[in-house]
Design a protein around this ligand. Structure first.
Ligand SMILES: Cc1ncc(COP(=O)(O)O)c(C=O)c1O
Length: 423
């Protein structure tokens, strides 16, 4: 089976720019293709297998649960209840209930509907360059051409404000100014084009698919103040950043704010489909029984996988390791940036990185073709990185497992150094 027949012909859902390999199996931070070639994995799938592929404790929990009970819809079930309780405990005292779903986009939809019901308002504020999934609702609050351009008319009542993207800020790379401008725009928009019915502001703690952009933390404090002043809820999309990826259990814990609604998925069950929305009881009170939920949401197998994953993250202190190793990786790459002729910017939060490729460091002209070629070059070197992201398609992204062994990390970095020197 070739990459072409297995992926292009039968899978129109395939992302643009993936390396031409066909995955066969993976263990920890290593992946083997169908031809037996081995790769170091800097993708974690797509920031999902935070504790490494095929983790034995997750595999055992899944196998045991699959032989016991796989679906009971939303009947009460002990694992599901334990998981909801555990999530609420991890997220802290400002969260009292967790609703379980299957995908990130589904949970975003549920969070937006909950915000509308809880506030009895209908508008949403979202951010340019944001990504919240590919369903119609999630695309409607997304600020990237990749999700919007083929979607036709999207949900009405969504207003967009700028997200501080320092490297490409038209007024220059001044972080305080960039935040001031984004918030001034937000305020101006709320005072002019809004109908006065803002239910919620939705944001990512860093731009994931938007290119790994990490804004100043003051940005979130100012959004929080905006929401408090205007009676809107703050929804933080931690689908990507949660479960240690950002260097703490949840990114919000580093931002000096608490959102009203927290959306999580990806790393929660290390690869099994599961997502959740967390909020206070009074927020969920507006959603009568039966209005949230879905066929596979919080199914027993995914819940078992999630509980095993959370045990490993906690026992092995992986959120802390992500902060430490992520900081090391960022410094290591930035120290070498002068030797990378087409790397304009290197950024990261915890173990999530964005490397922006440009034709010319002075003009910052984007280099999407170089980014595509770099993904393939990395695969030839035996390193898997994510397909190019960002609105301009010129950002390489990488996200190793939080427990990647030191020697594999170092080998992976050396391979990346070679690729970036030649990109
Ligand atoms: C920040 C963010 N939100 C939402 C989603 C959508 O998640 P899913 O693909 O599970 O629908 C993603 C997926 O990449 C994401 O990165």
């Amino acid at each position: 089976m070739t990459a072409e027949t297995s992926q292009s012909t039968f899978e129109p859902a395939r992302a643009r720019g993936h390396s031409e390999i066909v995955w066969d199996h993976a263990l920890g931070s290593e992946v083997w293709d169908t031809e037996g070639k081995k790769y170091i994995d800097f993708t974690s799938g797509v920031l999902v297998t935070n504790i490494g592929h095929a983790h034995p404790e997750v595999a055992a929990a899944v196998a045991a649960q699959a032989a016991r009970l796989t679906n009971c819809y939303d009947f009460p079930q002990p694992l599901r209840a334990q998981l909801a309780e555990r999530l609420v405990g991890l997220a802290g005292p400002d969260f009292e209930q967790a609703a379980l779903f299957t995908t990130g986009a589904e949970a975003i939809d549920a969070a937006l509907r909950t915000a509308r019901a809880a506030t009895d308002r209908f508008e949403f504020v979202a951010f340019m360059h944001g990504f919240h999934g590919r369903s119609f609702t999630a695309a409607s609050v997304g600020g990237l051409q990749t999700t919007r351009s083929s979607a036709g008319p999207l949900l009405p009542g969504v207003l967009f404000a700028p997200y501080p993207y320092l490297y490409r800020d038209p007024l220059g790379e001044d972080s305080a100014q960039s935040v001031d401008i984004a918030i001034a725009y937000l305020e101006m928009m709320a005072d002019t084009v809004s109908t006065g019915s803002i239910a919620a502001v939705i944001a990512e703690p860093y731009l994931g698919s938007g290119g790994g952009v990490v804004p100043p933390r003051e940005f979130f404090q100012r959004i929080r103040a905006f929401c408090d002043e205007r009676g809107a809820l703050m929804i933080l999309d931690e689908v990507q950043s949660g479960f240690g990826r950002a260097g703490s259990w949840f990114a919000y814990q580093q931002l000096g704010i608490v959102p009203d609604i927290l959306v999580v998925a990806k790393g929660i069950a290390n690869g099994l489909p599961l997502s959740a929305v967390l909020a206070r009881e009074e927020t969920f009170a507006a959603m009568p029984p039966g209005t949230l939920g879905s066929t596979y949401g919080g199914n027993p197998v995914s819940s078992a996988a999630a509980l095993a994953t959370l045990n490993v993250l906690e026992r092995d202190a992986l959120p802390e390791r992500a902060a430490q190793v992520g900081g090391y990786m960022l410094d290591w790459l930035r120290e070498r940036q002068d030797g990378f002729p087409h790397v304009g910017d290197i950024r990261g939060m915890g173990m999530s990185f964005g490397i922006e490729l440009v034709e010319d460091k002075a003009t910052k002209a984007p280099a999407p073709d170089r980014a595509l070629a770099a993904v393939s070059a990395a695969a030839r070197e035996g390193l898997l990185v994510l397909p190019p992201s960002g609105n301009l398609g010129n950002v390489l992204r990488m996200a190793p497992a939080l427990n990647i062994p030191d020697d594999l990390l170092q080998q992976g970095l050396l391979r990346l150094e070679k690729v970036l020197s030649e990109a």
